[in-house]
Design a protein around this ligand. Structure first.
Ligand code: F0G
Length: 359
């Protein structure tokens, strides 16, 4: 076999990750995702003088940032002789666990809130051969069940309660620093179970200790109907269009608050309307199709700049956590329609007779 030039993130960041020569590396060449300038988002947020960048985590092998943590969690599970892995998920963790477990030849069970997972993510878990169980309950209930069976029957949990998940995910911060030459001034991102904001903060702090790369203000955003950290109490029945972050009692709640407080950042909430507006703006003006949940950080940026000043010249990174193709149903609720025409030139001319790009 030839060795490809690309490398997965364990190979790339080996010295900063808890692996040894005995760790079998299970990789799909994840990481190294694009950091794309977003001038239209900057303009929409009234930030003409600052630079906004989008970290396209949907470019990972299974289409979300979860692959960063999963390559490490599954590699360590194999090293430790796990018989199987289990997770509860709003969809992306499950898809990623299923793919990496398939590659490792490990049994994988995923617990999903019944009716609460986008179609693409469900298809991924099924295709990769996971044992898919729809739990009549919400994510928080499914997560409790998964951790109980993990203790009981020796499954390895690959939710972000697994420390290797956060270790892998922290590499996102290393990549941002490499791309910009320093840490950004602000990082905007969605918050669900609060693992990713915790992991990025770990990564930025580690990098700063090594090389004085600076520390961003961590700006986390929850959907208004699923905003336990903002409201200061768990939500029994979280509700939002953004199904990936429909979570009422986040596991890494305290650590997300620490990231917020130590970075002098903020955790706020945005409405589903604001989320969908950012989702459309990203797709139509920047050419970037992400999941509604991923657009939540961008909605947060736009909401924030209406109330607060950001110093001109700032560098702002928004983490777009998952690929828009994972959720084929939300676009159907948006005001964009395909037209069907007869197979004639006359009909085609008529159909194209307008002069502007649709908005
Ligand atoms: N964005 C997407 C697309 C997600 O799938 C998730 C979490 C988040 C943001 C929030 O990240 O939980 O680290 O704060 N998805 C989990 C899952 C819960 O099961 O796939 P977080």
């Amino acid at each position: 076999m030839t060795t490809p030039k690309q490398q997965g993130l364990i190979a790339r960041w080996r010295s900063r990750l808890p692996v040894t020569n005995r760790t079998p590396i299970i990789s799909l060449l994840e990481g190294d995702t694009p950091l794309v300038p977003a001038p239209k988002i900057a303009a929409a947020a009234g930030l003409g003088q600052s630079s906004v960048y989008l970290k396209i985590e949907g470019a990972n092998p299974t289409g979300s940032f979860k692959d960063r943590g999963m390559t490490l969690a599954i590699s360590k599970a194999v090293e430790e002789g796990a018989r199987g892995v289990i997770c509860a998920s709003t969809g992306n963790t499950a898809a990623s666990a299923a793919a990496y477990a398939a590659r490792a030849g490990l049994r994988c069970a995923v617990l999903l809130p019944a009716g609460g997972v986008a179609a693409g993510k469900l298809s991924q878990s099924l295709m990769h051969g996971a044992e898919v169980l729809a739990v009549r309950g919400n994510f928080d209930e499914a997560l409790k069940l998964a951790s109980l069976i993990a203790e009981d029957a020796g499954w390895t949990m690959v939710n972000s309660t697994n420390p290797y998940r956060l270790e892998g995910q922290k590499t996102g911060a290393f990549e941002v620093i490499n791309a910009l030459g320093r840490a950004p001034d602000y990082q905007f991102m969605p918050v669900g179970n609060a693992g990713n904001i915790t992991a990025y903060w770990m990564g930025y702090q580690e990098a700063h200790r090594r090389s004085k790369s600076g520390l961003p203000k961590m700006m986390g955003w929850q959907a208004a109907g699923a905003a336990p950290i903002v409201l200061g109490r768990p939500i029994k029945n979280p509700k939002t269009i953004a199904s990936a972050i429909r979570i009422g009692d986040p596991v890494s709640w305290k650590r997300a608050e620490q990231a917020r407080d130590r970075s002098k950042g903020h955790i706020g909430k945005v409405s589903d309307r604001e989320i969908l507006s950012a989702y459309r703006l990203l797709a139509r003006e920047e050419g970037v199709f992400c999941e509604p949940s991923s657009a939540t950080g961008v909605a947060g940026l736009i909401a924030w700049t209406k109330r607060k000043k950001i110093r001109p010249g700032s560098k702002i990174v928004c983490i777009l956590t998952g690929n828009g193709l994972k959720d084929p149903d939300t676009p159907k609720t948006q005001p964009y329609k395909m037209r069907t025409i007869p197979a004639t030139m006359a009909a085609l001319r008529r159909a194209l007779s307008g002069t502007r790009r649709g908005r």
